[in-house]
Design a protein around this ligand. Structure first.
Ligand code: DC
Length: 230
């Protein structure tokens, strides 16, 4: 069976990463979290005083972007992907609400996107990958053999993010999270470079009322259908 590229795009906090990870594990593919790369760049800006009064120092970031090393390694125990920023494990930090507040601004910068998209294409060269994000099916891999666009209501997504944060012991406020979800949706959909939108040939998956198991059955069915055709 031929290896393919699977692009999973959609709104923030709709369970894309969990779903993409589980799918990759099930079919023996590599998983790449493109959002983690933008989060790592946002964290880099925060650590290097590149954010003043809520705004990114574009000039400073431009001069450093090619030197920011972002790599992934599998956790030896859980096999989950861990993000490293210049050699340091930042998997936990990049998921904080502080990073979530800045990441859409960072992801809207043209040279940041160009750099990340180049790196993502490199990761997908060998095929046999599942990559999730916002522009994977439209910009990074427009030729991907399988594209899925995931959505769920903003309230359902905010609740999931709230549960995720509280489960790991972080403080969380539902209203604040809902506002962050809505704000990120707006920035992601209206930015000039690679706005979030469903590719014409992507399969639509609204998982507001689906269990993870139902989702997986659906995905595997679609994957089997497509790989039979390849
Ligand atoms: O999926 P996530 O919430 O970890 O993504 C973090 C941010 O990065 C989010 O604001 C959207 C942005 N992003 C993007 O613009 N393009 C991608 N391919 C992935 C994420």
């Amino acid at each position: 069976m031929k290896n393919i590229v699977i692009a999973i795009d959609g709104f923030s906090s709709c369970g894309k990463s969990t779903m993409a990870k589980a799918l990759a594990r099930n079919i023996g593919y590599l998983y790449f979290d493109s959002g983690a790369m933008y989060r790592a760049v946002a964290l880099y800006c925060m650590q290097n005083n590149m954010i003043q009064e809520g705004n990114i120092d574009i000039k400073a970031l431009r001069s450093k972007i090619s030197e920011i090393e972002i790599t992934f390694q599998a956790d030896p125990e859980t096999k989950n992907s861990i993000t490293f920023l210049n050699g340091v494990n930042v998997e936990h930090e990049i998921r904080s609400l502080e990073v979530s507040r800045f990441v859409s601004q960072v992801a809207a910068i043209d040279f940041v996107r160009t750099e990340m998209v180049d790196r993502q294409r490199e990761m997908g060269k060998a095929k046999g990958i599942v990559m999730d994000g916002r522009d994977i099916g439209t910009t990074v891999f427009p030729q991907a053999e399988m594209k899925v666009f995931v959505t769920a209501s903003a309230e359902v997504r905010a609740q999931r993010r709230y549960d995720e944060l509280t489960a790991r012991g972080d403080k969380a406020n539902f209203q604040e999270i809902l506002e962050n979800v809505l704000q990120r949706d707006h920035i992601d959909q209206t930015r000039e470079v690679s706005p979030l939108k469903k590719a014409d040939d992507a399969l639509l998956l609204d998982n507001s009322h689906m269990t993870r198991e139902e989702q997986m059955v659906w995905l595997i069915e679609e994957f089997n259908k497509l790989t039979k055709e390849c």
